[in-house]
Design a protein around this ligand. Structure first.
Ligand code: BDR
Ligand code: CA
Length: 310
């Protein structure tokens, strides 16, 4: 059965690049467009990285440049994690192609509207999506699935003790998007940790699989160092690829999920960007999110190898 087409919104840096390649090289995926957003790096850099990744995948998917800054807070990029260029400062050449003329927010509206039932996969801060929904609230009804890499399932954050980077970077956008009524499937940061992280041996195996496999690991070199420093783990954790695995093969990949009300904190300093999952349904508020608790780690890792070798 043909899967609904996909639109990817991404602050394209190292793990985003791997996720984008997974989609572009999947046998049952039709990627309609990539829209870029500021987050890991500037939006201009994210656009270059998305174009470069598409080029490595021999794809001419259109790339549209979106928002340069969060709605209400100043941008604070994650160069300490992904490198100044977002791809580990390996000196990759500029892409051959340029972005489309249409801006990312307009493109999101146009592409989703003209493909009702499509799957929206968000790999970065939710600024573009929030702006698109504020311009076109009816867009909610055209999105078949909205897979969000963001938040944590009531566990530790990676940028503050309470918050995951994508929701923290633009908390106001995240709050609006979670409240908008989209069919959200939340792939929190937790999913990429523990056994889902690639061991050193698995990193070597992936890098040896193909030129693209080598790119997957090399562009994450800075991330590998940052993970080791932050959490003492030698594993390569890949948050966006776990979300993409859910988007591409939900039935095989998702082992445990349940529906809950999720609200994002935007007012507090201490808990800015925190995804508060009402996992015991104590508020009685209607669920707005399918929260993913567990994925099939073996299938996820096989999907990475498949993307490298397809
Ligand atoms: C998220 O933030 C970025 O560092 C990654 O690209 C991912 O989207 C993980 O918190
Ligand atoms: Ca990202």
């Amino acid at each position: 059965m043909t899967a609904p087409p996909i639109v990817i919104d991404s602050d394209t840096a190292s793990d985003d690049a791997v996720a984008i390649a997974m989609a572009l090289r999947h046998s049952n995926a039709d990627v309609l467009a990539i829209t870029t957003v500021a987050g890991n790096c500037s939006v201009e850099q994210a656009t270059r990285n998305a174009l470069y990744t598409a080029e490595l995948c021999h794809s001419d998917v259109p790339v549209f440049e979106g928002s340069a800054a969060p709605l209400s807070v100043p941008p604070e990029f994650a160069t300490w994690f992904h490198g100044r260029d977002g791809l580990g400062d390996r000196g990759y050449p500029p892409p051959a192609r340029a972005a489309e003329r249409t801006d990312g927010v307009t493109a999101l509206i146009d592409v989703i509207r003209s493909h009702p039932g499509c799957t929206l996969v968000t790999l970065g801060p939710l600024t573009n999506v929030a702006l698109a929904l504020s311009r076109e609230p009816a867009l909610v009804g055209d999105v078949g699935r909205c897979v969000v890499m963001g938040g944590t399932n009531n566990s530790v954050g990676n940028v503050t003790p309470a918050a995951e980077f994508n929701l923290w970077f633009d908390p106001h956008a995240a709050r609006a998007v979670f409240a908008a009524g989209l069919p959200i499937e939340m792939a929190g940061w937790d999913l990429c940790r523990g056994h889902a992280g690639l061991t050193v041996a698995e990193q070597r195996e992936l890098a040896a699989a193909s030129t693209l496999g080598r790119f997957f690991v090399e562009c994450n070199a800075k991330a590998i160092e940052a993970i080791a420093e932050q959490s003492g783990s030698e594993r390569l954790e890949l948050p966006d690829p776990t979300a993409m695995a859910v988007a591409l093969e939900r039935d095989r990949v998702v082992l445990r999920s349940s529906r809950h009300h999720v609200e994002v904190e935007a007012a507090s300093t201490l808990t800015r960007g925190m995804s508060v999952v009402d996992s015991l349904d104590v508020t009685g508020r209607a669920p707005n999110t399918e929260v993913i608790w567990e994925i099939d780690v073996d299938r996820f890792k096989q999907m990475l190898v498949d993307a490298a070798t397809a």
